[in-house]
Write a protein that binds this ligand. Sequence first.
Ligand code: NCD
Length: 307
Amino acid sequence: MLKNRSLIDPSDFTREEFREIFDLGHQIVANPEKYSKSCEGKILATLFYEPSTRTRLSFETAMLRLGGQVIGFSEAASSSTAKGESIADTLRTVECYADIAAMRHPKEGAPRLASHYIHMPLINAGDGGHQHPTQTLTDILTIERLRGNVENKTYGFCGDLKFGRTVHSLIKFLSNYEGVRFILISPEELRVPEYIREEVIKKKGIPFEEVDQMEPYMGQLDFLYMTRVQRERFFNEEDYIRLKDRFILDKEKMSYARPDTYILHPLPRVNEISTEVDDDPRAQYFQQAKNGMYVRMALILKLLGIY
Ligand code: NCD
């Protein structure tokens, strides 16, 4: 039962529970009209203490397309946080007004802590450099739509694997499936955090390689997950400038990829994918953003116990 549960980390739900969400997500993609009144009378609160375009707007659009309504704030400065209110008090208050909430916060663990103070479902919409489970839902729905299932595939992750929370959540999710393999492409300084390497990848016995070049590995990949270097998490600007353009996917590099290697990116993109790649049918990042809305519709319906 997913009713009244919170989604803070990919390990909060079982494989079977995620399956329910994806199955509903695929049904919504096929017939969105059917669900257009499902959330009438329900309110979603979006509590965003950090910038966002897709995540916040896709959550809000998801609720509106389900016939529900939305309240919230898009920066901490416009909430009572600016007056010194604690997260616990803000959440207790929001619970008086809304039925479900999505929260993004710069501090790792903030949504988990917040979930302990309330009874309504809370969704982690990204906590610092830690996790971003609904981006993973987006990624998985996209992978299933393109290739049927997630099993028995080689996934390349490229860019900022250290601070990229979307990478951490997706690796955590995929590590529960058979036949997956990871090629982790990054500068040495931006490799995945130790807890992901040791407690997720190695513990689950997933074959992986950590490399610092793209071209030699392109031909092995089923999916290449590109990511932006996370400027806001760097301690100094010089390191950011030195590392930000290390990996740029362009037409020339795409020529090493197979015809069935799909390119994903959680977006926003900075320089890491040249715009000349956008017209390539293997570039799926804008479709991915659209899938994010559908899968969030499914998640809201499940956590509210409507489907
Ligand atoms: C990502 C995030 O916020 O972590 N964006 C998103 O939600 N699609 C990726 C990023 O900011 O680089």
